[in-house]
Design a binder for this molecule. Structure first.
Ligand code: ZN
Length: 505
């Protein structure tokens, strides 16, 4: 019997970069138009041939990906030296020399920005007077983004120490899941997430890892026009397949499969010597199995099972991934030939969950476009020009994290996660596709643009999922208006006062 289909309720991804999907079948290459993205979006057309970012999916030594605020990003690749290394935090770097274009953008972005008074809620008074428009152009370096980034860089050393412990755990789990006669034979690490994207910036005690499992011959059915959640069926009855025990009326039940995955992991962690690991209580509706390493230090690890689907992307993604003008149509086509993933994130039905639903995830694509993020193939490589895209993303994430730290879960700030910031950041990249708009020297202005964009999203209550434009991550179903107003007041205050929150805590 088919499960009941209730009213769809989408949720922002709290763990995996999640999204959800409807029926399979999607345009691979052509997209009619890019999402009339939030405030505004870029138009398709450009054809730059950027590097195709194929994310590695081979079985490699497991490494971890860290998580931001139980959400979906964090950290830094484990010391793997790449061309994408941190820019040297240049002390005494020349003041930003804004290009005419970025200045204009920043100026127009600032125009109309209310000079916020002291924000509501607790908090120290202003540390610096709200700058006037003119002043900002004369002294754009009023706050020190490079010093903030240096602080984050130091944190990453701490992160890689913790990552080594997580790697040991992950390695163990993968070996056991593959060696026994389990339903999860063939499971492998999906090397995506902030840790691999090298943008994990804090929370060295929190990591996310995704375990992918290829599932052949599946068919998706959109859940209640949600665009984001779906039911999974098999094209042919998988007689004898270990997965048939998870079928519920012909539908692969996310909660059943997750329960089994959880049970196996729970058995296995008891066999790990030299490490004290326990499993945390199950959280309803969450796709993650949360483990806690207790010694020698506390580290929490969210393990997320992801089904790998090698069919064409669902129709709901057709207008998504608006990178034509930025990375180019060829890169886009090649990315869309990659598989996509489904995580057992249940759709909400009023106050309860729909137990059989899965949600789309494109975290591997996010990783790919962050890695090869420039129009020039050599952007940020040793011999290339350094841009400030990743720094902007790190600062954005840090801003949200610091505000969440400052205000706790008051006013619904717990509803916001780094995935929101990352999504907004991608939209800003779409709107500003040229490398010349992201000169490293223009970090302050570029960051200011990102912040302004995020504010617009909060105010318009619209943040389109970058892959599924019909999904609004800031809809009222997801986050109430008052929370958005509160966060936008706080961010405005920070923006107008040189981001004092970066120096707190
Ligand atoms: Zn770059």
């Amino acid at each position: 019997m088919a499960p009941p289909r209730g009213k769809a309720t989408r949720r922002a991804s709290e763990t995996a970069s999640g999204v959800s999907a409807p029926g399979v079948k999607g345009g691979a290459t052509a997209e009619p138009s890019e999402p009339a993205a939030v405030p505004k979006a870029a138009r398709p057309g450009a054809r730059r041939c950027g590097p195709a970012g194929a994310s590695g999916s081979g079985r490699k030594k497991p490494q971890v990906r860290a998580r931001a605020a139980r959400a979906e990003d964090q950290a830094e690749g484990p010391a793997a030296p790449t061309a994408d290394a941190e820019p040297p935090a240049v002390p005494g770097h020349p003041l930003p020399r804004a290009t005419a274009r970025s200045r204009a953008t920043a100026r127009s972005a600032r125009a109309g920005r209310p000079q916020s008074g002291p924000p509501e809620g607790p908090g120290p008074g202003p540390r610096a007077p709200a700058p006037h428009l003119g002043q900002r152009e004369e002294a754009p370096g009023a706050w020190k983004p490079r010093a903030v980034l240096e602080k984050l860089r130091l944190k990453r050393q701490e992160i890689s120490v913790a990552a080594a412990m997580v790697n040991t755990l992950v390695d163990h789990l993968l070996r056991r899941l593959n060696s026994r006669e389990s339903e999860f034979k063939g499971v492998d690490l999906l090397r995506s997430g902030s840790y691999y994207e090298r943008v994990k910036i804090s929370a060295p005690n929190e990591f996310d890892v995704m375990f992918k499992l290829e599932v052949p011959r599946i068919q998706l059915e959109e859940y209640c026009n949600s665009s984001a959640h779906c039911f999974v069926k098999f094209k042919r009855n998988p007689k004898g397949s270990p997965l048939d025990q998870f079928l519920e009326g012909g539908i692969l039940s996310a909660s059943k499969m997750l329960s089994r995955f959880r049970k196996i992991i729970n058995e296995e962690i008891k066999n790990i010597e030299d490490t004290d690991v326990i499993m945390q209580k199950k959280k309803r509706g969450s796709p993650a199995v949360t483990l806690l390493i207790r010694k020698p230090r506390e580290i929490s690890v969210d393990v997320i099972l992801a089904l790998e689907c090698r069919s064409s992307w669902p129709a709901s993604t057709q207008r998504g991934l608006p990178i034509n003008n930025w990375l180019g149509g060829k890169v886009k086509s090649s990315l869309k030939r990659q598989p996509f993933y489904l995580v057992p994130k249940l759709a909400k039905e009023g106050s309860r969950f729909q137990e059989e639903t899965w949600r789309l995830s494109f975290s591997h694509i996010e990783k790919a476009i962050l890695k090869n993020h420039g129009q020039s193939k050599t952007c940020c490589e040793i011999d290339g020009v350094k841009c400030c895209r990743k720094e902007c993303l790190k600062l954005m994430k840090y801003l949200l994290e610091q505000l969440k730290k400052k205000f706790g879960d008051q006013r619904g700030l717990d509803k916001f996660c780094s995935y929101h910031v990352k999504t907004a950041f991608f939209h800003v990249c779409t709107q500003n596709p040229h490398d010349s708009q992201w000169h490293y020297e223009d970090l302050e202005l570029c960051f200011d643009n990102c912040v302004t964009y995020f504010l617009q999203c909060l105010k318009t209550e619209r943040l389109e999922n970058y892959f599924i434009p019909d999904v609004n991550l800031f809809s009222r179903d997801e986050i109430n208006k008052l929370s958005k107003e509160f966060l936008s007041k706080q961010i405005e205050y920070q923006q107008n006062n040189g981001f004092p929150v970066f120096d707190e805590f």
